[in-house]
Ligand binder design. Structure first.
Ligand code: HEC
Length: 171
């Protein structure tokens, strides 16, 4: 691997991450608003948008890896890099005020959270799962061969599903 490129890519990734975190922190730091007012909604919206973006990028990759698909490794690796960045930022968008899922409550799939309240009782596990998935996506983005890329993406998909099984409510 070309070192300077890797360093630059990391710097670029950190830049995006910083912007996302700065936005999240400015939301969290707004003192004049009560906890369940617009800031929590904005944070929930931001993480849903981030997950939606992760999903779209994963979809692009999996379409290329499907039997009838055509793998363009450099394109696919860019998608993996975006996933890695977003997964790194994602767990920072879970302040306690956004623990709002309730059994049986009516919810809007576009704006309401489906995050399992269990996340907040074992946040370190949740954080670890997000970080590990982010690292796998990063490794995929740096794979040298299609087979290596495919194996990392397969592992990444298992991590998506495992985290959802524990932390995502379906209704
Ligand atoms: C660390 C845990 C974790 C990992 C890893 C993770 N997700 Fe998620 N995902 C969540 C949580 C939590 C939500 C719910 C967010 C909310 O509603 O506030 C979610 C929501 C989603 C949604 C929206 C689901 C819906 O119907 O509302 C999609 C799609 C999604 N994730 C795709 C993915 C994909 C694809 C990956 C792997 C590349 C992935 N996720 C990895 C935790 C995770």
């Amino acid at each position: 691997m070309n070192r300077p490129n890797a360093v630059r890519a990391f710097a670029r990734q950190s830049c995006v991450l910083f912007a996302v975190l700065a936005a999240a922190l400015s939301i969290a730091a707004t003192p004049s608003l009560a906890e369940d007012q617009p800031p929590s909604k904005d944070t929930i919206f931001a993480r849903k948008v981030a997950m939606g973006e992760i999903d779209m990028n994963m979809d692009e990759i999996e379409t290329m890896l499907a039997p009838e698909g055509k793998l363009l490794l450099s394109d696919a690796e860019e998608h993996a890099e975006v996933i890695s960045t977003l997964l790194m930022a994602f767990p920072h968008l879970f302040p306690p005020s956004t623990n709002q899922w309730k059994e049986g409550a009516e919810r809007d799939p576009a704006t309401d959270t489906f995050a399992n309240p269990a996340i907040w009782s074992n946040f370190s596990d949740f954080y670890k799962r997000a970080s590990e998935a982010s690292k796998i996506a990063w490794a995929a983005s740096r794979a040298k061969k299609p087979d290596e890329f495919r194996a990392q993406i397969k592992e990444l998909r298992l991590r998506c599903n495992a985290c959802h099984a524990l932390n995502l409510k379906t209704e």
